[in-house]
Design a protein around this ligand. Sequence first.
Ligand SMILES: Nc1ncnc2c1ncn2[C@@H]1O[C@H](COP(=O)(O)OP(=O)(O)O)[C@@H](O)[C@H]1O
Ligand SMILES: [Mg+2]
Length: 378
Amino acid sequence: MSMPTQEQISAVLGEIQDPELHRGLNELNMVRDITVEGDSVRVLIALTIPGCPLKSYFTDVVPAKLRQAFPDIAHVQVDLTAMTEQERSALVGGLRRQQATPFARPDSSTQVIAIGSGKGGVGKSSTTVNLAASLAKQGHSVGLLDADVWGFSVPRMLGVHERPTVVDNMIIPPEVFGVRTVSIGLFTGEDNPVVWRGPMLHKAIQQFLTDVHWDEPDYLLVDLPPGTGDVSISIAQFLPGASMVVVTTPQAAAEKVAQRAGFMAAKTGLKVAGVIENMSFFRGDDGKAYPIFGEGGGASLAARLGVPLLGRVPLDPALRELADVGMPVVLRAPDSEVAQALDTAAKELVNLLPPRPRPAKRINLPLIPSVLPGKHGH
Ligand SMILES: Nc1ncnc2c1ncn2[C@@H]1O[C@H](COP(=O)(O)OP(=O)(O)O)[C@@H](O)[C@H]1O
Ligand SMILES: [Mg+2]
């Protein structure tokens, strides 16, 4: 006869879900004691409410599961207790926080990709906007959250300036070029500086993730502020499964940027997926590539971080001129070298982080078509 250890029993109990909360018993901290004596096992389970109508679920399922996993168990006794008021509210608070951000759900079909950089002015926003437009052009549904609250530039680059419509406390993100977008700039206007500090910013970012009808796009790109500040940490907290792409220039000291990116990834838990080098060279009328800002920064940063270099984007005045009139270069001049480099980077990104399968149908879909003008890319 071989009886399982407490750890082995605990692992099996963790696979059992609470029928109402749809989370494993260990995650919900419901298993309070496991005793093994001879061929008998005793398990103490704390229910969320004392008179829980699902009592018999546990007294049936727990013994069945344990005996199935460990045939040598002869007897399973399930004792039930109830959580204290305090334990219960901690549990509910935790669940609410998790559910509040749809992208944080384990079955979310959205790939969240944050675009970061060591410092400002490297072309992070231009890259983000063009990647978003390129992904949409390739047929993916795309959201773009401008999280650079102090230095927002997405509204200008996409040419969106209207205040978004609000329906039933849900913000409807304007959609341009197949990209749904939200920015603090849509609410404050370009001339009003944002003076909020940490807690307010945290709240604003949370609202952008929870109160915006993003409608589960294939990709949600997030234009992070430069550096490793509060906002980036907030984002990471709300988006535990997100990846990060680092934009850099050829001359940036790879060592420094890598250090910062590594620090940021460690601090936020975001996983760095790749590097994009911007302003890599200027193609002269003579057909030669001039490395205006030096060479090699992107490749050495990628090597240091152990991730692929997704693209080298040339300097092209057209990119800036078009950005200033709200027109992504990948759409307006798709055959240009700069657009091709950005399209390639977007495709590399799709290879690395393919769209997640969509659940066949969510059970909680409304039976009546939603009044919200949300669209699906496919
Ligand atoms: N590859 C490029 N070619 C020409 N101009 C560029 C390129 N990338 C960025 N720019 C311009 O450089 C400026 C800074 O870019 P931006 O995307 O706002 O940087 P960041 O978001 O990193 O601060 C903008 O005026 C932008 O149009
Ligand atoms: Mg920017």
